[in-house]
Design a protein around this ligand. Structure first.
Ligand code: MTE
Ligand code: MO
Length: 231
């Protein structure tokens, strides 16, 4: 790296923005330790969670129907315990700040797939826009096929979680949840709702489709939270 005369030390201080609602929310999260995933960097030898095997193709799993959403009829609604509910059409969604992440998929049916390059809106950026109310603790994701799945606010806003519209530089196909799906890479893949329609912020937890049918409420692959500890 070469030295430049225009070093940051000699540059004038950038003016700090005044305290906005947004920075206030972030400061509150910092105080409360929100979104600490406890994630540690793992050696490559520990990349595959227990009981999983690696696949190269990308299996398709759904409830037997794949809704086809013309982009001009697509909407994403954010509802419930937020300061700024919103209803986006496709253009507005695509105009949001873009983030790329390359992450692994871990499906509860024991396949894992490494290095999926996603692009979309970071859930953290969505949180900044909608500003969850202090009492918001969970989200329920609602999909165009009637599927639902639930997450804590912390898991929804995790570092690498995205609402994606592209995979490997191409628009997400219908079978994999396009126009847009959630990807929450640190949990089993059933938490990553395809054909995303509505994100409902809630003040209490409620189990989603698979969570009501014997799957674990949290879904951490590293501790094999596959099936429910209930009943
Ligand atoms: N809307 C919707 N999202 C869904 C599902 C579904 O049936 N409907 N299946 C879940 C399950 S069980 C898995 S393993 C993944 C599968 O995603 P894929 O088909 O892209 O591999 O989507 C999850 N999200
Ligand atoms: Mo699954």
């Amino acid at each position: 790296m070469s030295e430049t005369s225009d070093s940051p030390a000699s540059a004038p201080e950038a003016a700090l923005p005044a305290d906005s609602k947004l920075t206030t929310t972030k400061q509150r999260w910092a105080r409360e330790g929100k979104f600490l995933t406890g994630k540690a960097t793992r050696p490559e030898s520990a990349r595959l969670p227990p009981g999983q095997h690696l696949v190269r193709d990308w299996p398709v799993l759904d409830l037997g129907m794949q809704p086809r959403l013309p982009l001009d009829r697509w909407r994403l609604d954010v509802t419930g315990a937020v300061e700024q509910p919103l209803s986006w059409d496709w253009e507005t969604f695509r105009a949001q700040k873009q983030t790329q992440e390359t992450t692994d998929i871990h499906c509860v049916t024991t396949w894992s797939r490494y290095d999926n390059r996603w692009e979309g809106l970071a859930t953290r950026d969505l949180l900044d826009l909608v500003m969850p109310k202090p009492e918001a603790s969970h989200v329920m994701l609602h999909s165009y096929d009637g599927y639902t799945t639930n997450l804590t606010l912390e898991d929804f806003g995790a570092e690498a979680a995205l609402i994606v519209h592209s995979w490997e530089g191409q628009p997400l196909t219908t079978e994999h949840g396009g126009p847009a799906r959630l990807v929450v890479p640190h949990l089993y893949f059933w938490k990553s709702a395809k054909w995303l329609k509505q994100i409902e912020f809630r003040t209490a937890d409620q189990r989603g489709f698979w969570e009501q049918r014997g799957y674990h409420n949290h879904a951490d692959p590293w501790t094999e939270q596959r099936y429910s500890d209930e009943e």
